[in-house]
Design a protein around this ligand. Sequence first.
Ligand code: PEP
Ligand code: MG
Length: 819
Amino acid sequence: MSRSPREVVVCAPMDGRVVPLQGVPDPAFAQGLVGAGVAIDPVGELVVAPCAGVLRRSGHAHAFTVETEAGDVLVHVGIDTVALAGEGFTVLREDGSRVDAGDEILRLDLDHLAHRAPSLVSPVLALGVAERSLTDLCHTGIVRRGAPLYRMTVAAESAAATGSAELQVRRARVRGEHGLHARPAAELVGILRGLRADVWVSVHGKRADARSITALMALGTAQGDEVLLEAAGDDAGVALDALSACFDPPVSKCETPRAVAELPGQLAALVAVRGVAAGPACRWVAHQWSFPLASGDYTAEIRRLDEALAAVTLQLAGEAQPLKGARRDILEAHAAMLADPALRESAVGRVRLGDGAARAWATACESMASRLRQSPDRRMAERAADLADVSQRVLVHLLGAPPVTAIPDGSIVVADELLPSQLLALDPARVGAVVTARGGTTAHAAILAAGLGLPMLVAAGETLLAVPDGEWLIVDAEQGHVEVGPTDERRREFASVCALREERLRAARAAVHAPVTLADGESVCVECNLGRATEAKAAAAGGAEGVGLLRTEFLFLERTSAPDTSEQQAEYAAVTEAFAGRPVTIRILDAGGDKPLPFVSLPREDNPALGLRGLRTGLAYPELLSNQLKALAATPGEVRVLLPMVNDVTELRQVRAMLAEAGRTLPLGVMIETPASVLLADSLAAEADFFSIGSNDLAQYVLAIDRLHPTLGSSLDGLHPAVLRAMQTASLAARRAGKPVAVCGGLAADPDAIPLLVGMGIRELSVAAAAVAEVKAAVRGLDPLACAQLLADAAHAPDAATVRARVREFRALFDEVSA
Ligand code: PEP
Ligand code: MG
């Protein structure tokens, strides 16, 4: 294969004495298992970049790599320094930043390190040396920072997977005391050398190419972590056998079907689309592409890539054109991703380095997707699946369509993560439900599943992938769990629950426009929560009595400049128009550390939930807030303004003054989401025009459980007696002051919470548009006095589980009486 070599000069990252690799007191480095190069025994405290490229730091500060056009260069300070967990190192540059040769990366506390580490000799290595050659190697002598150590040239084509596209998986546990740091990672890479297989290691929701030491180190594994090993290609089985020998056996294995007794009985998950279903599991395995060897003709490869990009752009436009709503929005977002010049540039760069168009495109997309996955902003991280989708479309164009996974009728589709296009390929009439190990509730696949009325659970965890094909599953996307391998009796019992639910749903939908009154005749208003203006018309037609919460983030996130006043006003007006005459509560932008704004350089938060978010962001960037208030003041219709994350009246007064400057008096309400707002509810009620309880955040802050926590998040229950008491306090304060109080968090649609909310005097509930009919049905006919008694009892219960059990008894009795 012909190719013009790229060359990178690797310079000394520190002052010191050059030591040949064989002299490094560590066999993996000395035998060249990690890579080729030299080492330096440092005498200075500063460590600089050995060449230009992108900086990748390992989990601890002791090592870093610089990604260059000709491959990755590793600087590993000292031997066994991973054990110091960063002690003795001061990090001077952020992970992921672009660096030039000589840029300062680390400062060393040499005294500390000399006492703690067995040796300070620091290898400076070209990784994956079998594929590249080094020249002008400096073997000995004293060097200063920046002096050339060697030249490295571009990698040759690595062993590509061919043949079988079937993905084989194994589970294993990380053995080494410090996880997959440089040496164990090098061992894995060495084992795979020469094998024709694409191999990945996944853990903590991250996936690394097992041939890349840098990527393996960046996984940040620790001893005992359970990883998923995946391989595709002719030698997939051999590769997995060889790799497995470097790990400990898993607690459970997934490649062989197991007895039901060994499977997890129940898995907690997040509800993305409500519903229930039961059926045999059908594992959706993502297609693993085999890339043909590059032709060696750059111009032809780049032309093929450009043709594919143009064809897919047309295809997306054609598919979007007849659609409306979320499906159209998603295809347009995919078209925008496809048009991103950075993506093409990155792929073209790889073609110039010798990759074929398909491999270059796939790698460019995966590299950008993995950066997105690491974003602290959940919504950004969820866009990685969209990028994967865009990548697949182009690969289909370049390589042909992959075989379609056959899904037996009535199956529960089980997947690691589903892309929007894969979700749309499912026939909702033939699939019972979808459950994914990863993913989030606001991912586009979840939005599309909601549109199809397909129950969906996400974030069930990797244990889900241990469920073999055909194993029976009960999916409860009301309570948020999957039952694995239920008994025949449990299956029969659940079938009658499903039938009953279907019946109720039909009745609720038929009565959606009927009034909602309690047993004493008092009305309850059921409104909807909206995340986009385009959803307004359908929600208004679907029986929502107003908008209790318009989350305006949709207008501000995923764009490079703030929307101006007129653009905002047009979006808000589209909602008020759809709800003509009915109230529309528009929440001030709730962004910040948890949902970063690309056009504002917000500080990076160590703890976004407790950082600059909600109204605090607006007050910190008054222009952003005052523009939004101006847009709201100019919006026709029954607009109410809602403030997120308020702690006290001072914040409320500041916004009221700004609203007055905007020139219109609008009702101004506060969200009750923080413990401070509960404790000061009486003073807030005296000045606010209304309250809206954000039970999602209130539960998070009262219980001190991060709502996005990967393991604790799904067990966060707003029916905890502490949260009930907090809501009760706020509700009482509002009613004493004669101010309306609504609930707009997830509890408002939780059938177990509804009697308790009625019991605390809540007469306004705002829920997802799809839940309006069911919530109305759950409220109708409730006896407020009996609900108040239930609440009094629940507020003294020991925990959330007890509260739920008591409410269920109450509901069963209510159903019996009303039947
Ligand atoms: C809440 O916290 O309950 C709420 C409605 O706001 P969000 O979910 O948008 O944070
Ligand atoms: Mg909130």
